[in-house]
Write a protein that binds this ligand. Structure first.
Ligand code: NAD
Ligand code: 022
Ligand code: ZN
Length: 375
């Protein structure tokens, strides 16, 4: 069938909106009509050419929501008409990783997903005779896409596509880091570095978890007002505090006349590898620390002094907020419908597919929290 897609033709070039061909679903696969998709930093990272795994031409996009229009043989967990969110971290519930319960990173289709093809090794997208790669198993920058059944979360059909698409990446990553990975408890003190599309969701995750003191740190002063909307209790701008940011934060987190302060948890959502070394420092000894590793450029490294870890701190990474997609994503959609979490104010821009490159520009300039394409 003919579909409308924004194609990443070549690294470093804008996306080209065009008609391409999409084959129907094979065994275990599902055809989805994409109704909305968010634009995330990782799409831009891949488009720029900096992603060592990046393939061209490809149909990018991994933060979508839509409706099942057809299913291939053997598909049982979704049917025509179901509302779904594509999952770049699938959940097969059968592989060693899924059954171990120790990780959310399902490994059943990881290799083919990284090669830009379906689990049978072929692509469903093409232009004439030339194949186009899938991206992160999702390719939501197309009004129709094909996914493996295990990469679809079935969600509440009353939920609006243009908001819940954000649950496909940013919302789940931020809230999940707090709930699933750090397992923050009521009364905790936390520091969030970087109040962008991920950090703001960490803030609302902390509010949901019942944290007492929620400190936001950002070099952009405009982010103070943003943080306050999502539960932040204190704002710190490193540009105002200067080199003494760590002692400043340690002091700020003192409780009940303590001599030495420190947060119970910190979350690094800056996506800036150079500044990562700061993150463990203001954490209390013997406490946990979650580190959100952004998809930094190839070859980048992060480091800290051994002292930081010898004193009992943990430095952790989290992917997709530690969420098991088919199990956890429908719950987050319900939390949104119940008013437990907010999404609407973070969707700062919506646009038709034709204007998708404008969405990338808004992200570059830091003007948007989330730009969403509505089909
Ligand atoms: P964003 O650009 O919207 O926000 C980043 C924020 O950090 C900005 O507000 C910026 O002003 C601030 N910042 C930058 N350097 C800083 C510094 N030194 N000190 C304080 N603040 C600083 O980005 P985002 O959409 O929120 O994404 C953040 C990172 O998370 C990206 O690297 C992204 O790739 C990553 N990410 C990871 C996962 C995962 O599963 N681990 C999922 C989604 C996104
Ligand atoms: C999404 N991300 C960042 C912004 N939006 C993001 C990117 C990558 C991962 C998670 C979130 C990620 C962490 C760990 C892995 N990935 C798997 C690593 C491995 O198994 O080797 C990851 C995922 C998908 C893809 C690449 C890396 C892909 O489909 N190409 C989940
Ligand atoms: Zn993303």
């Amino acid at each position: 069938m003919d579909v409308r897609a924004a194609v990443a033709v070549q690294a470093g070039k804008p996306l080209e909106v065009m008609t391409v061909q999409l084959e129907g679903p094979r065994a275990g696969e599902v055809l989805v009509e994409v109704k909305a998709t968010g634009i995330c930093h990782t799409d831009d990272f891949t488009l720029s050419g900096a992603d060592p795994e990046g393939l061209f031409p490809a149909i990018l996009g991994h933060e979508g929501a839509g409706i099942v229009v057809d299913v291939g043989p053997g598909v049982t967990s979704v049917k025509k008409g179901d509302h779904v969110i594509p999952l770049y971290t699938p959940e097969c519930r059968e592989c060693y990783s899924c059954t171990s319960r120790k990780t959310n990173l399902c490994t059943s289709i990881r290799s083919t997903q990284g090669q830009g093809v379906m689990p049978d090794g072929t692509s469903r997208f093409s232009i004439g005779k030339d194949k186009i790669h899938h991206y992160m198993g999702c390719s939501t920058f197309s009004n129709f896409t094909v996914l493996p059944e295990i990469a679809l979360a079935k969600v509440n059909p009353d939920a609006p596509f243009d908001k819940i698409c954000y649950i496909g990446c940013g919302v789940t990553t931020g809230i999940g880091a707090v709930i699933n990975t750090a397992k923050v408890e009521i009364g905790a003190t936390a520091i969030v570095f970087g109040l962008g599309g991920i950090g703001l969701n960490v803030l609302q995750g902390l509010r949901l978890a019942g944290a007492d003191m929620i400190i936001g740190v950002d070099i952009n002063p405009d982010r103070k007002a943003w943080g306050e909307k999502f539960g932040m209790t204190h704002f710190v701008n490193p540009k105002e505090v200067g080199d003494d940011i760590v002692p400043y934060l340690v002091n700020l987190t003192k409780r009940h006349g303590d001599l030495i302060g420190g947060a119970d948890y910190t979350f690094d959502c800056t996506g800036n590898a150079d500044d990562n070394r700061l993150a463990p420092a203001p954490v209390r000894c013997f406490q946990r620390l979650t580190h959100h590793l952004g998809v930094a450029g190839a070859g980048q490294e992060i480091s800290t002094r051994p002292f930081q870890l010898v004193t009992g701190r943990n430095w952790m990474g989290t992917a997709f907020g530690g969420a098991r997609g088919r199990t956890d994503v429908p719950k987050i959609v319900d939390w949104y419908m119940q008013g437990k979490i907010q999404i609407d104010p973070m969707i700062t821009h919506t646009m038709p597919l034709e204007d998708i490159n404008k969405g990338f520009e808004l992200m570059h300039k830091g003007e948007s929290i989330r730009g969403v394409v509505v089909y």
